[in-house]
Every structure is written in structure tokens, then in C-alpha cells.
Write a protein that binds this ligand. Structure first.
Ligand SMILES: NC(=O)C1=CN([C@@H]2O[C@H](COP(=O)(O)OP(=O)(O)OC[C@H]3O[C@@H](n4cnc5c(N)ncnc54)[C@H](O)[C@@H]3O)[C@@H](O)[C@H]2O)C=CC1
Ligand SMILES: O=C(O)C1=N[C@H](C(=O)O)C[C@H](O)C1
Length: 269
């Protein structure tokens, strides 16, 4: 038991945090050594099992990230961009694997994560599920085969609490579509259409975001041509798919060389 990698879950009270706590507790390949919440959060100081509405497990939620990360082999982090950037510095100092599921980073934040990856293993992906990572490869392939006479549109739907758009997954799919065409996404992305937008640019990759209710996560990549339309779709119905992927990444990352990896590396895609 002592040889199993010790995992810290950041943002333990969150939608993903709670799913991660369950997933690590149920695993026979890892042990839960810490649960972190932001200072002032009502869960801080409470037993995590009880806070989640279950039995006492003897592990209090803490806001002392430094203290618990020092005892961990991996940190799984589905929180918010600023929090994740701060955690990247701590995991780099502790030489722990940092699995980052957080989305919505700006370029400066991504640069800081890249810098931290010089000292520790970071696995970062906007979507940790097997299905979406397969879909990314399919999107790249279809985009490479179909010419610019097929318009690419990415439509995503998420629950009402999601704060970033387009989703991290939509951006992964957009990047794959752009790679397939040999262009940079930044140069062709069309986001947030409203009003008299003018006709669609040939070669554009469009994004639309739907927010509502409790949708876990749905993504369509539409290739719309004259007289036919191809739609690649992933529907997530259970957040467990993301948590399983994240735990697999934490275990995979043990004893790897420092660097920034993604789920293609973990899944061998
Ligand atoms: N890559 C993937 O497969 C997936 C990524 N996500 C991403 O994960 C992130 C979180 O999503 P949800 O769980 O739905 O959000 P949430 O809002 O339910 O949970 C976030 C948690 O992080 C905590 N937090 C914020 N700052 C913190 C800090 N400094 N230290 C410790 N905890 C802190 C919050 O208190 C909250 O409990 C989002 O960016 C979302 O897009 C979500 C699902 C799958
Ligand atoms: O916030 C979410 O919930 C999700 N976020 C990720 C994203 O931004 O793509 C992954 C998944 O779709 C759920």
C-alpha cells in the first residue's frame, strides 16, 4: 500500500473534485493523501468523506497546499486557471506529477505552465476521456481529407455553471481540424458571431457554445459541404470518464522525465 503513488486532489468539493476523490478512493493503484480547497471554503477542516455526505475516512480537507503536496507523488487539479498556475509552481518544487484538467487558460498562463514543466511532469488536457481523445485524431484525419469546400463548425454544450467558452475540448478539436488543414487555428477561428457578420469566410473554423442545465459535455465537429454533411460527435454522460483518465495520467506520469505531456501520451494514441 505504501508503495502506491500518493495523490492530492485540488478543488476537492468541486464537481470534478468529488468525482476524483471517489475515483482515487476506489482505486487499488493509488492512495489519497490530501484534499485541498481554497482558503475560506466551508469544507476546510472537515473530513472529506463526511463533507461529501458519506462515512468518515480520516482525511480532513486542507487549504495548506504546500504541506500536502510535499507528501504526494501526484496532484490532480481540476480547479481554475489562476489556482492551477500557482499549483504548478508547488508541484515543480516538490517534483510531483501535476495532472491538469483545468481549462480556460490565457497564453501567459500557458507559458507559466510550460516553464514549470521544465522541472516536473505535467499532463495537461482539456478533456481526459478516451472518447474525446480518439475524436481529436478522427477530426484531424477527416479535416486533412476534406478540402476547404467543407465548412468546419464546432458546437459544444455544457451545464449552466461552466465559466469558459469555447470549452477546452472544443479548442482541442479546433486545433486538430486546423492541423489537418495545415493552418494555425488562431488565423482561422471564428468565435462569437452576432449581428450582420457577413458571409462565412472559406476556410474558417467556427465555434458555438450552448450553456444550460446539467449537461456534462457534448461536442459536435460538423463538416458541411454542398449536398452533404459529416458530423463527428462525442457525448459525455458521466464525469467518471474524466476522473478515470486523470488518475491514469497520474500513474502513467510516475518516473517519466520532466516535460509537458497530454492524453495521447498516456493513452498511447
Ligand atoms: N480536462 C477535463 O477532462 C475536464 C476539465 N474540466 C475543467 O475542470 C475545471 C473545474 O470544473 P468543475 O469541477 O466543474 O468546477 P467547480 O467549480 O465545480 O470546481 C472547482 C473547484 O476548485 C476549487 N478551487 C478554486 N480555487 C482553488 C484553490 N486556489 N485551491 C484549491 N481549490 C480551489 C473551487 O473552490 C471549486 O471547489 C474547469 O476548468 C473545467 O472546464 C471539467 C471536466 C473535465
Ligand atoms: O467544465 C466542464 O464541465 C467540462 N470541461 C472540459 C472542457 O472545457 O472541455 C471538459 C468537459 O467537456 C467538461
Amino acid at each position: 500500500m505504501g508503495n502506491l503513488p500518493g495523490i492530492v486532489v485540488m478543488g476537492a468539493s468541486g464537481r470534478m473534485g468529488q468525482m476524483l476523490v471517489h475515483t482515487v478512493l476506489q482505486s487499488d493503484r493509488a492512495r489519497l493523501v490530501g484534499c485541498v480547497e481554497r482558503p475560506g471554503h466551508p469544507w476546510v477542516g472537515r473530513d472529506v468523506g463526511e463533507a461529501m455526505g458519506g462515512a468518515h475516512i480520516g482525511l480532513p480537507v486542507t487549504d495548506d497546499a504546500v504541506g500536502v503536496i510535499a507528501q504526494a507523488q501526484a496532484v490532480i487539479d481540476f480547479t481554475a486557471p489562476a489556482a492551477t498556475v500557482a499549483t504548478a509552481t508547488l508541484t515543480a518544487q516538490a517534483r510531483a506529477v501535476h495532472v491538469i484538467g483545468t481549462t480556460g487558460f490565457n497564453p501567459e498562463e500557458l507559458q507559466k505552465i510550460r516553464a514549470a514543466a521544465r522541472h516536473a511532469v505535467i499532463v495537461r488536457a482539456g478533456n481526459m476521456s478516451l472518447g474525446v481523445n480518439l475524436l481529436v485524431g478522427l477530426t484531424r484525419k477527416v479535416s486533412a481529407v476534406l478540402g476547404p469546400e467543407f465548412d468546419i463548425e464546432i458546437v459544444e454544450a455544457h451545464h449552466r455553471h461552466k465559466v469558459d467558452a469555447p470549452s477546452g475540448t472544443a479548442l482541442m478539436l479546433g486545433e486538430a481540424a486546423a492541423e489537418g488543414r495545415g493552418v494555425h487555428l488562431d488565423e482561422v477561428a471564428e468565435r462569437g458571431r452576432d449581428g450582420i457578420t457577413g458571409a462565412r469566410d472559406s476556410g474558417a473554423i467556427g465555434f458555438s457554445a450552448i450553456r444550460g442545465g446539467d449537461v456534462v459535455g457534448e461536442h459536435d465537429v460538423i463538416f458541411a459541404g454542398a449536398g452533404e454533411r459529416l458530423v463527428l460527435r462525442h457525448i459525455a454522460t458521466d464525469r467518471a470518464i474524466f476522473a478515470r483518465g486523470a488518475l491514469a495520467a497520474a500513474i502513467w506520469g510516475q518516473d517519466r522525465k520532466p516535460g509537458e505531456y497530454d492524453m495521447n501520451d498516456v493513452l498511447g494514441l
